[in-house]
Design a protein around this ligand. Structure first.
Ligand SMILES: [Zn+2]
Length: 365
């Protein structure tokens, strides 16, 4: 895809450690199946963006404070250590269990009002943090999880340092990871790390606009009670039977001081550019009314017509148009979320970023 006006003027923050996470499938309805969140996702995006002339930037070195600003320490420590504990427990060598997967979940129904203890057994601890069976951990996972969050934070820092647009090629994605738990192929919430970094650098109000095909339940949970970070998402209707099933409904509007700083626009399966862009426009109206200094874009491109993970039917031109709308709002740190069709993934990301850059340039001229 040609980029109007020459090379793509968006720095791409990338860390090759993001390739080290190899979940090697997912457990779906009791069966281990091939997963779609594969390292090749990142390599095809990187190739497409560099072909378009984008500059690749390494992430800065960060300490874990950026992670602890949006996640409980227990979750971060679990992710950092669980693979080593799993190995030490003998699961890979003795039982052929080559990835960490939970088997018991301390749901409200199980606890029946009692506090959630930390169980002794590693394999029992996993379900305290991981809320589904699709989000496996293996050797190299933590290095990639940490690298992805670092890329997001660096994109935010580029915005703070006056870049109009920056993009973090994060893998694994992040928007399903909440303050205390992970799932949905996400471990730490890269977009939330970026939003918090922008706040930390002095921005008073931030918006996270999430155009991934699925509701970003983790991002919503992190900011649900906060008046300083707006979260808006367009996604396939969870009420029509789509992940994350339990949240992402239109009546979730925030709580406490965060009332009206949360907006969900669920769309019917099969929705295409018209309905989707109307929803993006509605989120942009919200952001304008909210008044922000910067935008974090959760850029999932799994709303693409060819994507295997969602029933939405959005075109690359639709993504470009959405990018223009969002770029007109202010500086944008775009964070890679989902997108699983390896043949079209790169084109969609390029279209979206070219749109954001064009929208930003038009608004600044
Ligand atoms: Zn998604």
């Amino acid at each position: 895809m040609a980029v109007e006006g020459g090379a793509l003027e968006v720095p791409v923050v990338w860390d090759a450690d993001c390739l080290l996470h190899r979940p090697a499938g997912e457990v779906w309805l009791g069966e281990r199946i091939d997963g779609t969140e594969v390292p090749e996702r990142a390599t095809v995006i990187l190739q497409k963006l560099t072909e378009a002339g984008a500059r690749v930037v390494p992430p800065a070195v960060h300490d874990e404070a950026a992670l602890l600003a949006v996640h409980d320490r227990e979750l971060v420590e679990h992710l950092a250590t669980v693979w080593a504990d799993w190995e030490a427990s003998g699961f890979p060598a003795d039982f052929g269990r080559d990835r960490v997967v939970p088997y018991v979940f301390p749901t409200a129904a199980m606890l029946a009002g009692l506090p959630c203890r930390l169980p002794t057994a590693t394999h029992a601890q996993v379900g305290r943090y991981c809320y589904d069976t699709m989000t496996l951990v293996g050797p190299g996972s933590w290095e990639a999880i940490r690298a992805a969050a670092g890329c997001a934070r660096t994109a935010a820092e580029l915005i703070t340092a006056d870049a109009a647009v920056a993009y973090a090629l994060c893998r694994p994605p992040g928007h399903h990871a909440g303050p205390t738990g992970y799932g949905g192929s996400c471990y730490l919430n890269n977009a939330a790390v970026a939003a918090q970094a922008l706040r930390h650098a002095g921005a008073e109000r931030i918006a996270v606009v999430d155009i991934d095909a699925h509701h970003g339940n983790g991002t919503q949970a992190i900011f649900y009670g906060r008046p300083d970070v707006y979260y808006g998402s367009v996604h396939v209707d969870p009420g029509a039977g789509w992940f994350p099933h339990y949240m992402g409904f239109a009546d979730e509007r925030g709580n406490g001081a965060g009332i009206d700083a949360n907006r969900n626009v669920p769309l019917a399966p099969g929705s295409g550019d018209d309905a989707w862009l109307d929803a993006v426009g509605l989120l942009c109206d919200d952001v304008r009314a909210f008044g922000v200094e910067a935008i974090v874009l959760s850029l999932g491109v799994d709303a693409a017509a060819a994507d295997p993970e969602s029933p939405l039917q959005v075109t690359a031109d639709g993504y470009r148009a959405a990018g223009e709308l969002i770029g007109s709002l202010g500086p944008v740190a775009a964070i890679q979320e989902g997108g699983y069709d390896l043949d079209s993934l790169g084109d969609y990301v390029l279209a979206a970023l070219a749109g954001v850059a064009a929208g930003r340039a038009a608004a600044s001229s």
